[in-house]
Design a protein around this ligand. Structure first.
Ligand code: TRH
Length: 388
């Protein structure tokens, strides 16, 4: 297969570098490939460039994009050329005009050497993890010269203001959410929720507070329709109800109506977020998608050994909570901190739930404000087309 065989939905634009390589290693979970896949598609579809996405774990990729065949080391999906990143790396690959190493994954040595041989040196980007912390403003865009070769890498850091790389957002995402037909979606999930029910999606890591949360919902005056994703939180749910639950199963107890969903296509996960009143999300990519859904959410941050995640969580809360009433602010922070504590709790759930209408209006404004910033694919395309 050659590049010319790849589908193109828009004509390449004249000003952007035309060939892009994105390298992705799947460390654990789905965030690394989730981000790279969105970026690759958006660059191809909205910026009309030829993208080659190198992924070391096609089986993980296929879970969120079932069109990917794990056994094929070369294939085209959604306008993107997908390559299995195997060892040893092929010697005959010509580096692209822009080379993105996602989340500091290490590029093949032979590939880096080939980059240095090219007359027009590629733009080399290290796409970092998202952070709301203040240091991002000082580090985003910084150059890092190679110690031996005539190459310079630039740091690209996604974030929440114009001094960062911005956030991934397709140009039509908010319009798609606005046009989303929730009634129809719920009908496909086995029935519209009871009148006045709180609808919740639950995507998280293992969490000891799940039992207490399900207890709150079971005893609540309001019906709770909870959709649990097939993720690391599922064993916590099964343990809490003392019954193994598999995708497709449903469980009723008191006011709680709980349903387990199979792991879904990435696009379908967006619909889930749009359909629910409250979304529990985790990691990086689902956090950003929850913001764009414009609904209240609770973030289970990826835990780090040195507790760096707590600083990151608070930096995000500082931005997100601006403008909330003191009572809603207190309840939200207490609940988020409890959910993320080592001995997790459901601190002030009832106060948090009581403030959901205010938090919903607030999140809508937060979403619209962030949508005024250029999205990550655009910042990247502009940066890479600027003269060196
Ligand atoms: O899977 P994650 O926990 O990924 C994390 C983070 O990226 C973290 O920063 C990183 O250090 C760690 O991995 C290694 O959560 P995240 O980032 O939300 O990614 C999940 C992806 O999976 C996201 O793109 C949404 C997608 N998804 C589906 O496609 N289908 C599903 O059913 C679900 C639940 C998620």
């Amino acid at each position: 297969m050659t590049r010319s065989m790849l589908a193109r939905s828009t004509m390449p634009s004249a000003q952007h570098p035309q060939r892009w390589d994105i390298f992705c290693t799947v460390v654990d979970n789905y965030g690394d490939i989730g981000v790279c896949w969105r970026l690759a598609r958006q660059l191809a579809v909205e910026h009309g460039v030829a993208v080659r996405l190198w992924v070391d774990d096609l089986a993980a990729f296929a879970r969120l994009c079932p069109a990917v065949a794990p056994a094929l080391t070369l294939q085209a999906v959604g306008g993107v050329e997908i390559r299995g990143w195997q060892q040893p790396f092929p010697e005959d690959i010509t580096p692209a005009d822009v080379v993105i190493e996602a989340f500091a994954c290490e590029l093949p040595e032979s590939y880096v050497a080939a980059m240095a041989q090219l007359e027009a040196r590629p733009r080399w980007i290290n796409l970092e993890y998202l952070s709301a912390e203040a240091w991002v403003a000082d580090c985003h865009g910084l150059p890092s010269p190679h110690p031996r070769l005539p190459l310079t890498k630039h740091f690209f850091i996604p974030g929440f203001d114009e001094k960062s790389a911005g956030l991934l957002r397709e140009h039509d995402l908010l319009a798609r959410h606005a046009a989303f037909d929730a009634d129809r979606w719920w009908a496909d999930q086995g029935g519209t929720p009871a009148e006045g029910a709180l609808t919740v999606s639950l995507f998280a890591y293992e969490n000891r507070a799940v039992g207490a949360l399900l207890g709150e919902w079971r005893n609540s005056a309001q019906q709770v329709r909870c959709l649990v994703t097939d993720s690391r939180v599922l064993p916590s749910v099964s343990a809490a109800i003392a019954r193994p639950l598999a995708p497709g199963e449903r469980y009723h107890d008191g006011a709680l109506d709980l349903q387990v969903l199979p792991f879904m296509r990435q696009e379908d996960y967006d619909d889930l977020l749009a359909a629910c009143d409250l979304n529990f999300v985790r990691g990086e990519d689902s956090l950003v998608r929850a913001i764009w859904a414009g609904k209240p959410f609770v973030w289970h941050i990826y835990p780090q050994d040195d507790d760096a995640h707590r600083v990151k969580l608070d930096a995000f809360l500082e931005r997100y909570c601006v403008g909330l009433s003191p009572a809603a602010d207190d309840a939200l922070r207490a609940f988020w901190h409890g959910w993320n504590a080592e001995n997790a709790t459901v601190e002030r759930w009832q106060a948090f739930a009581a403030h959901l209408p205010e938090i919903a209006a607030h999140t809508r404004i937060f979403c619209d404000r962030l949508a005024q910033l250029p999205d990550l694919a655009k910042t990247l395309a502009d940066f890479c087309s600027a003269p060196v």
